[in-house]
Design a protein around this ligand. Structure first.
Ligand code: UT7
Length: 332
């Protein structure tokens, strides 16, 4: 019997219908379509509208797509891990709410909070359950309703973020494909550059914290940018080196979609041409934990069994990482 690896065997995704365009932002804050495009690569982002809707409502759509496509019953799922920094509530976990809404009743579920690297951390965690041999079907969701924590009068953050969800199904494989290696890192000293000031145990919500707009994303863009360029490129390069992979061996780079300039820097460091880089930042913006699975969702039909794919991320925490996936199936 071969070694058991965790293969991605299906992808689901969901983006809300409402599009917030750069043109519309021009009417809300002092900015221009040209500035946003040239500095970030973003043209529009999706926003979840509707009273009472949260991250779980997007995550469950991605999960249901997987169940539908694979024709599997919800009660076959062993575990649901949800990466998010915009949970429906502080507790219980959004993964529990997603599982409930999807009719998944035989599973354990929990959230991972690692901001933009959340999906990679959750993917690696989910893969170890499969590799252990004890679990056969693990769903990993990356979802964020960033619009719920964005100050739409702050032009340095509101232009970047959007809402969306993606999910993958992990199953055992003996073909040598799936999640093959990961380098994951965190550095809490970076928290000061990107965080939410209030609403946690240090500074619970009060009238004052609300009036001071402390329940929104606080980001020092330039500082984060510098760490992101270095962090994402370094781990991606290191992952190639330690697995003796060259740029020719890599079919796709799937980078976190935070800023087109960060994506370009990572691709350059890996010596990868643009045709091998998944980029959908122009239409979704930065959906935090949603970016990587949404790329896989958009490109699923083009992926071939055996493709070497490098996923890479950098985000709040700081958290960053890179994961080598050998794609396990042809869609058609
Ligand atoms: O995914 C989570 C991790 N986050 C990231 O990876 C984000 C990393 N950071 C970035 O992507 C970029 O730093 C931003 C897109 C946030 C900002 O771009 P930047 O090129 O770093 O701009 P900046 O902050 O250096 O600002 C340059 C100028 C400033 O004006 P002055 O001081 O030079 O007169 C800003 O006030 O651009 C101004 N500015 C804007 N102008 C028009 C800032 N935001 C805007 C705006 N429209 N929306």
């Amino acid at each position: 019997m071969g070694k058991i690896t965790a293969a991605i065997t299906s992808v689901g995704g969901y983006v809300p219908e409402h599009r917030l365009t750069n043109k519309e932002l021009e009417t809300m804050i002092e900015t221009t379509d040209e500035w946003i495009r040239t500095r970030t690569g973003i043209e529009e982002r999706r926003i979840l509208k509707g009273e009472g809707l949260g991250s779980s409502d997007m995550g469950v759509e991605a999960v249901k797509e997987i169940l539908r496509k694979k024709n599997i019953s919800p009660d076959e799922i062993d575990c649901v891990i949800c990466a998010t920094v915009t949970p429906d509530m502080v507790f219980p976990a959004t993964a529990n709410l997603i599982a409930d809404k999807a009719g998944i009743t035989n599973a354990f579920s929990y959230d991972i909070s690692a901001a933009c690297s959340g999906f990679l951390f959750a993917l690696t965690t989910g893969a170890t359950y499969i590799e252990s041999g004890r679990f056969k079907k693990v769903i990993v969701v990356g979802v964020d309703k960033m619009s719920s924590i964005i100050d739409y009068s702050d032009r340095t953050t509101c232009i970047i973020f959007g809402d969306g969800a993606g999910a993958v199904l992990l199953e055992p494989s003996e073909d040598g494909d799936g999640i093959l290696d990961s380098i994951l890192r965190s550095d809490g000293s970076g928290a000061k550059h990107l965080h939410m000031k209030a609403g946690g145990s240090v500074k619970p919500a009060t009238v004052e914290t609300v009036l001071a707009k402390e329940h929104f994303v606080y980001q020092e863009g330039q500082a984060v940018f510098k760490f992101a360029v270095k962090g994402m490129a370094d781990v991606s390069y290191e992952l190639l080196q330690r697995n003796n992979l060259t740029a020719d061996d890599v079919a796709w780079l799937v980078p976190h979609q935070a800023n087109l300039r960060i994506i370009d820097a990572t691709a350059n460091r890996m010596d990868l041409p643009k045709e091998k880089v998944m980029i959908n930042i122009q239409k979704y913006g930065n959906t935090t934990a949603g970016t990587l699975p949404l790329c896989l969702w958009d490109w699923e039909k083009q992926l071939k069994k055996g493709d070497n794919i490098i996923l890479a991320s950098f985000g709040g925490g700081f958290t960053w990482g890179a994961t080598w996936v050998k794609w396990a199936y042809d869609t058609n």
